[in-house]
Design a protein. Structure first.
Length: 446
């Protein structure tokens, strides 16, 4: 084959590879918002990739050594394409460099796996170069992307990566990208040095190893992202707990001041007696009693949160019933009691407030000791379907990045005091159950 004929064949091969790369990157970057003039940006990025691949192929075929070595051209071609892919993410989509690095690395790994799978199938079936090879590449690309979406992509949203990535996560991501680059570059260098043909057994083994290494890099990268996400969410949950503690201290002072003032007003009302406007005075007294005669559980922090949430329930026409022995919560810090029951009742009110039937706008809460354990049980009706993930219900809000931390705070506080959290949702009834070992009972048995 002449030099121009070989160049034409390799250019077509490069175009097929870049088309598969574009599809894989579209799958990897799904969920990211497009930048203005997306079509023009994508065309510019695609043109840059084509020109780079074409220039390297031209140097490889028509420029003879020692000006250019085959190994040097391979390194420049594939690493350059890899870097351009990462840059294309940043150019075309609204994302930071962390998400662009992850998306570019994932897309390139998927394309590399599709190409290697195509070569394995081509060697086993004896398919000659041509349209049959291109059809195999298209099928391989579709298979790889489908597997990625079903197994890995559905477990993580790339649009949230910039929110959760940190220094440690970026170091791991750079390591994964470097490992992918080594695999992608090293494999063609081995082919050239060993002079391997597509049908050689060694080539088959090399392709299989290359696919397995790429999958390993992809899985490690995904696991690191999940770890970074969990760590960031835990930090946000801890910040919310600190905010709850500060709010508890402020609300405690406010309620104490209100109670003192209410007590004074009651005496003033009694002193006025029958002096005009008796109806107005009775109404004022009723409102004052809301503060002065609230729920009493013998736990100041629990009383505070219950009285606060009772007022909110009253305004929303929600009936809150509570049977609680607050003395059993003495092992917990006041701020933690406030945060725990506050989050429990906030979630319940949010669910019940969506119900139209008044007979279902109910929330029940109980705190009682039984069989050496403190039982906290809460029940309410709900609409729709609750989806559980890792034992916690997923938030139903559209922006999931900044919601759902209430349940995480409940879990963190439960684990802090050695408790066990159980959630159940069936038949339109949501049930929360927390078991805490009673410390004095444990000490007696010990």
């Amino acid at each position: 084959m002449t030099g121009l004929g070989k160049l034409r064949l390799l250019v077509w091969f490069d175009l097929s590879m870049l088309a598969a790369l574009l599809v894989c990157c579209a799958v990897a970057g799904h969920g990211l918002e497009r930048r203005p003039w997306f079509g023009l940006r994508l065309a510019a990025a695609s043109l840059a990739e084509c020109l780079w691949a074409g220039a390297c192929t031209y140097q490889w075929v028509l420029v003879q050594p020692p000006a250019w070595s085959a190994e040097g051209i391979v390194i420049l071609k594939y690493l350059g394409t890899f870097l351009l892919t990462i840059g294309a993410f940043r150019l075309c989509l609204r994302c930071g460099w962390s998400a662009a690095l992850y998306g570019g690395t994932t897309g390139y790994i998927l394309q590399h796996c599709a190409e290697r799978i195509t070569e394995i199938t081509q060697a086993l079936l004896g398919v000659p170069p041509g349209w049959g090879e291109k059809l195999l590449l298209a099928a391989g690309t579709a298979l790889v992307c489908l597997c990625f979406v079903l197994v890995l992509r559905s477990r993580y949203n790339i649009s949230e990566y910039d929110c959760y990535s940190g220094r440690e996560g970026n170091v791991m991501l750079l390591t994964a990208a470097a490992a992918a680059g080594v695999v992608i570059v090293l494999e063609p260098l081995i082919r050239i040095e060993c002079g391997l043909a597509l049908t050689d057994p060694e080539m088959l083994y090399l392709n299989i190893i290359s696919v397995l290494l790429c999958v390993l890099v992809l899985v490690v990268s995904m696991c690191q992202i999940r770890q970074a996400e969990s760590k960031k969410k835990a930090q946000l949950a801890e910040q919310l707990l600190q905010a709850e503690r500060s709010r508890y201290a402020l609300e405690k002072e406010t309620v104490e001041a209100i109670n003192i003032r209410c007590h004074d007003i009651k005496h003033q009302i009694a002193a006025l007696g029958d002096v005009g406007r008796e109806r107005e005075l009775r109404e004022i007294e009723r409102l004052v009693n809301i503060y002065d005669c609230g729920l009493k559980t013998e736990c100041a922090a629990l009383d505070l949160v219950l009285n606060s949430k009772s007022l909110m329930c009253m305004s929303k026409r929600i009936e809150l019933t509570c049977m609680a022995d607050g003395r059993r919560l003495a092992f917990m810090e006041d701020a933690d009691i406030y945060a725990l029951f506050g989050n429990i009742l906030d979630n319940a009110m949010e669910a019940v407030d969506q119900l139209d039937e008044q007979e279902k706008r109910l929330i029940s809460l109980s705190v009682q000791a039984k069989d050496h354990f403190l039982h906290i049980n809460q029940e309410n009706y709900y609409n729709g379907e609750l989806v559980m993930e890792r034992g916690l219900p997923l938030t139903t809000k559209k922006d999931k990045r900044f919601h759902g931390f209430g349940m995480q705070s409940i879990r963190m506080l439960t684990e802090k005091y050695g408790g066990d959290l159980r959630l159940q949702a069936s038949g339109g009834i949501y049930r929360l159950s927390i078991l805490f070992p009673i410390v004095e009972d444990m000490e007696k048995r010990g």
